[in-house]
Design a protein around this ligand. Structure first.
Ligand SMILES: [Zn+2]
Length: 269
């Protein structure tokens, strides 16, 4: 093949150039961009670790209240931004809970802590009777989960009910909150405490509509009727506020209720 310089008539002047050593050839063989990239790797790794650590701290509610720049949630406001981190900020902050869980959006009273024993107990929990105008009786539930429930009921669930059933939901049927037990039905997590053991989870079995009709997970999840569509949309909309939302599609243990929790997992099924 003809060298490119030959076509342009300008041959390189090799005769006058000093002889190249092997080292010089080797050095030139490493492109400058690779050298630059290599030197940036430790800095980028450090940055990723720092950002990852910060994200973890916000996600787990470990950022001290005085240093947390995120504003308190407002139960009256739809579509809150960074809602997961703002919910997590309430985990260890009873004062913030008292400021957020207020009438008329919810009726929730703080209850005394029950220090962990054998992996069971709760801190910063409430007794809740309504949220978003929906009767929702949950005896012992963490403030974080109660706030997630209040936001979901007031904003997303009512929209889903209006759009699909043409009316409001007036109550949800509790299938339980606090229960000192391990996870049931999961193959690999049998020896792990359930989020129910720390009151950080709640189960819902049915919804009552304004006309008095009840729609149950056990009876109406299957099929393609309007009730099934409502239940599926309700299930999916809860995933915005709860980290783990499980229904009949997850496993047989959930054939008759939705499980909603604010634990460390992330699953919507
Ligand atoms: Zn559950």
């Amino acid at each position: 093949m003809t060298p490119l310089w030959a076509l342009h008539g300008a041959a390189p002047d090799l005769a006058g150039a000093p002889p190249l050593s092997i080292d010089a050839v080797m050095q030139d063989a490493v492109p400058a961009t690779t050298k630059k990239r290599r030197s940036r790797v430790p800095r980028i790794t450090l940055l990723v670790l720092v950002l990852g650590g910060l994200a973890f701290a916000f996600r787990q509610g470990l950022v001290p209240a005085a240093l947390n720049p995120l504003p308190a949630l407002d139960l009256g406001g739809a579509n809150p931004w960074l809602v997961d981190w703002r919910l997590a900020a309430m985990k260890y902050n009873p004062d913030l809970c008292r400021r957020v869980l207020v009438a008329p959006h919810t009726d929730a009273q703080p209850i005394a802590d029950s220090p962990l024993r054998d992996g069971c107990g709760w801190t910063n929990a409430v007794r809740m009777s309504q949220a978003g105008g929906v009767r929702a009786g949950f005896d012992k539930v963490t403030c974080e989960a109660a706030t997630a429930l209040a936001l979901w009921l007031e904003h997303d669930l009512q929209d889903v009910a209006q759009a699909i059933m043409g009316q409001r939901v007036t109550s949800v049927q509790s299938y339980g909150t606090y229960s000192c037990r391990n996870i049931i039905g999961a193959k690999f997590w049998k020896s792990r405490r359930s989020e129910h053991a720390t009151a950080n989870a709640l189960d819902i079995g049915a919804f009552t509509l304004a006309d008095g009709r009840s729609i149950s997970v056990r009876g109406q999840w299957r099929g393609d009727g309007v009730e099934a569509r409502f239940l599926r949309a309700a299930h999916d909309s809860a995933c915005r506020y709860f980290r783990v939302v499980l229904g009949p599609d997850y496993n047989a243990e959930h054939h008759d209720h939705f499980h909603l929790d604010r634990g460390i997992g992330w699953l919507c099924r």
